[in-house]
Design a protein around this ligand. Structure first.
Ligand code: NAD
Length: 419
């Protein structure tokens, strides 16, 4: 089995040790409900035709329509899509959103396509999966290398197929096409609300609160911005081209401006900032490390270098199971992805609710609702962690598993049927 998926399933097995769950429930959660593989045939600008492998997986829909992004990436594959759909199932259950988990991908380097080719590919994806997605069935969203404009094309294509405007089929749309306020920084903001709520429990109040952020894209920039504004000191940042550190603290807006001009955070050289290797970045003494890049970035060979006390996982799956054990032994508290980055899907949920009710909330309402959910579920996971003496990750999975289990068991399991 693929390493990524077996790593994800190992976390389910671990969580199952701590909750009362029927073996039927675990059996059901070990396999995806439905996966469709297709090839998208797209006319290129030069008149030729190319075909791209594409997938959509609906992992489990016991708690509601499946929800999860669409990724356009040259190394996408069906195992990765399945694992991401599994994570979404648990993420939606942690947050008590009325959704199951899904995911989709196209194996393509979108940067090699013209804008018109990208639009034709996006519309071809919806034509191929129109029978699978739908506002009450499966609701995609953006993921790596897909964006609001692509979501807008996809909603438009789906609306043409069903012959009525259907904005609730997809979230992460541009604002004028039914997008939600607050979606752009929702992932980072959710992580920020979680960290703030647990500050005292994590021993973060009254310390220097130094932060290192790995990955300076959407999630990375916004978390650096929010923490900096709250008085945290950003002492290290990186992107795919390099890393910088500065003990005196970095201004996220100034670094972003330098990155826009120079193509990388390493273009920022003010105030004592200096370029370092990615390994040195991870080894920078800090209170909070925020992985906000891609999967598997912290593994058994570099986990031992980490000097953070707390890790806030904004990326999906940034820590391998091996590395997780190393960090746990070292006493590092990991606020896990399925909780810490769930602000994104939560505001996606708000977008879907607003589309369906045809009534839109202001930014303050979005932030208040997001904060309430992050605090409620974050506190429940924290209490389970302390009550059972387990890691935050296992507690988050166990918390989600309790919800999934009670939903699956509500249809009856063997003990019910044999009396
Ligand atoms: P993004 O493409 O905007 O940013 C990714 C950043 O990571 C880029 O700056 C890139 O240069 C950097 N990067 C890539 N490889 C790196 C490496 N090896 N070392 C250091 N930096 C590296 O993507 P994003 O939307 O910010 O997503 C980042 C992560 O957060 C992904 O794992 C994504 O699945 C997860 N996530 C995002 C959202 C969201 O709403 N944006 C929601 C949930 C989870």
């Amino acid at each position: 089995m693929d390493d990524l998926l077996s790593g994800a399933l190992s976390r389910l097995d671990e969580a199952a040790k701590h909750v009362d769950v029927d073996s039927e429930v675990l059996e059901k959660l070990k396999y995806p409900k439905e996966t469709l593989s297709v090839r998208l045939s797209v006319r290129m600008d030069d008149g030729s035709r190319r075909s791209f492998p594409a997938w959509r997986c609906r992992y489990d829909d016991t708690r509601g329509p499946t929800k999860g992004g669409i990724r356009f990436h040259p190394s996408s594959n069906v195992e990765e899509v399945t694992t991401l759909a599994f994570w979404m199932t648990f993420k939606c259950a942690v947050m008590n959103l009325p959704y199951g988990g899904g995911k989709g991908a196209v194996k393509v380097d979108p940067h090699s396509l013209s804008k018109s080719e990208l639009e034709r590919l996006s519309r071809a994806y919806v034509q191929a999966f129109a029978g699978m997605i739908g506002p009450d069935r499966d609701i995609p969203a953006p993921d790596v290398y897909t964006n609001a404009m692509i979501m807008g094309w996809m909603a438009d294509e789906y609306s043409s197929i069903v012959r009525q405007p259907s904005p609730a089929v997809i979230t992460g749309k541009p604002l004028p096409l039914g997008g939600s306020l607050g979606r752009d920084d929702a992932t980072a903001r959710g992580g920020f609300y979680l960290l703030k709520h647990l500050e005292a429990d994590l021993g973060l109040d009254g310390t220097a609160k130094r932060v290192v952020v790995q990955g300076y894209g959407n999630a990375g920039f916004h978390i650096a911005r929010l923490l900096h504004a709250d008085g945290y000191r950003i002492v290290g940042l990186s992107d795919s081209r390099g890393a910088i550190v500065c003990e005196n603290g970095l201004d996220p807006h100034a670094v972003q401006a330098a990155k826009e001009l120079g193509g990388s955070v390493t273009a920022y050289t003010e105030g004592g900032a200096r370029a370092v290797s990615e390994t040195d970045l991870l080894g920078t003494p800090c209170d909070v490390l925020v992985p906000a890049a891609l999967e598997d970035q912290i593994h058994k060979d570099n986990a031992g270098h980490i000097k953070a006390r707390i890790v806030l996982e904004l990326a999906n799956g940034p820590i391998t199971p091996d590395a997780d054990r190393i960090l746990e032994k070292a006493g590092v508290i990991v606020l896990p992805d399925i909780l810490a980055n769930a602000g994104g899907v939560t505001v996606s949920y708000f977008e879907w609710v607003q589309n369906r009710q045809g009534y839109y909330w202001n930014l303050e309402e979005i932030h208040d609702r997001l904060r309430a959910i992050m605090e409620t579920e974050g506190r429940r996971v924290w209490n389970m962690r302390t009550g059972k003496g387990i890691s935050m990750r296992t507690a988050a999975y166990a918390h989600a598993l309790e919800r999934l289990s009670s939903a699956i068991a509500a249809h009856g399991t063997q003990p019910f049927f044999i009396g």
